[in-house]
Design a protein around this ligand. Structure first.
Ligand SMILES: [Zn+2]
Length: 290
């Protein structure tokens, strides 16, 4: 089954809900980056969040970057999504790993670290991108995002992100949901939503049990008479190409390129997001100078 996200709303129009299945795209990220199980879970949660956040943008060329940097061994986690459902990402240290927590879960909070920041950068094609920051609270990513939305965008929300890693370290199931309360929601419904979320199985378990995003929406929030407003396929896709890498090299300036030629005789540029290697011979580099 292809990965996709649905966007829905309750009948009274008091909250928005995104539900994502992302097993294939997280497995693709694991395959590209060779991540350890805990790093797969951390990167997978961030990619799933980015994919859902990407769906909140309207423009064809809008780009959203979701970045986390805590004091844990994984280093930076960088994920990028557009409004067309294409997502990519990387972590500084894909091999970083930690023993599982006492409850058997992968220690994402430990590998990310509590002390640090997350940033959400929305490039909507305007002069300046819109950037919001907040401090991490647990490094578990979903909780950090809820905190971010509350502080930076005054948006009360509930977020669940999950990645189940199989014994052979491939991704068994991945997904997430993001619920955003609208200003007209009443207190009774807020209490009921909290109750549902606290009792619900983790999203990765629901996906692993074979439930589709529509079925998860129904299973959790069916009593609110949900309506699906939009469905978008999502995938891991890097849009790097040789022309763009050439532009980056040109932007280094003639002096820097001449230094590269002198020291190495050639250049190899590796894309962080897909690990594609771009090789530039001495002749290629001299052409760029001209
Ligand atoms: Zn690439």
């Amino acid at each position: 089954m292809r990965d996709y996200i649905i966007r829905g709303m309750d009948k009274k129009k008091t909250f928005r809900l995104f539900v994502a299945s992302s097993t294939n795209l997280v497995e693709e990220a694991r395959r590209i980056h060779g991540t350890s199980p805990t790093a797969t879970a951390a990167l997978g949660r961030a990619l799933t969040a980015a994919a859902m956040l990407g769906m909140t943008m309207k423009g064809d060329r809008d780009i959203l970057t979701f970045r986390l940097k805590g004091d844990g061994p994984i280093g930076n986690i960088v994920t990028v999504a557009n409004s067309k459902g294409q997502v990519k990402g990387y972590v500084d240290n894909p091999l970083a790993d930690l023993p599982s927590r006492p409850d058997g879960k992968l220690d994402v909070g430990g590998i990310v670290g509590k002390n640090g920041q997350l940033a959400i950068i929305r490039d909507l094609g305007l002069k300046e991108p819109y950037i919001g920051y907040s401090n991490l609270v647990s490094g578990e990513i979903a909780e950090d995002l809820v905190h971010y939305f509350y502080l930076s965008e005054q948006q009360p929300s509930a977020i669940n992100l999950g990645v189940l890693v199989d014994k052979d370290i491939s991704v068994k199931a991945a997904g997430g949901y993001m619920l955003q309360l609208l200003p007209n929601v009443d207190d009774k419904d807020i209490d009921r939503i909290e109750e549902i979320i606290n009792k619900a199985k983790p999203i990765s378990t629901l996906i692993d049990e074979g439930l589709s995003p529509e079925e998860i929406m129904e299973e959790l929030f069916g009593e609110f008479e949900m309506e699906v407003l939009e469905k978008s396929y999502i995938e891991y896709r890097c849009d790097c190409e040789r022309d763009k890498i050439e532009e980056v090299l040109v932007s280094l300036g003639e002096g820097e390129i001449r230094d590269i030629i002198e020291e190495d005789g050639q250049a190899e540029v590796v894309c962080h997001f897909c690990n594609t290697k771009y090789k530039f011979s001495k002749e290629d580099l001299l052409k760029l100078i001209n």
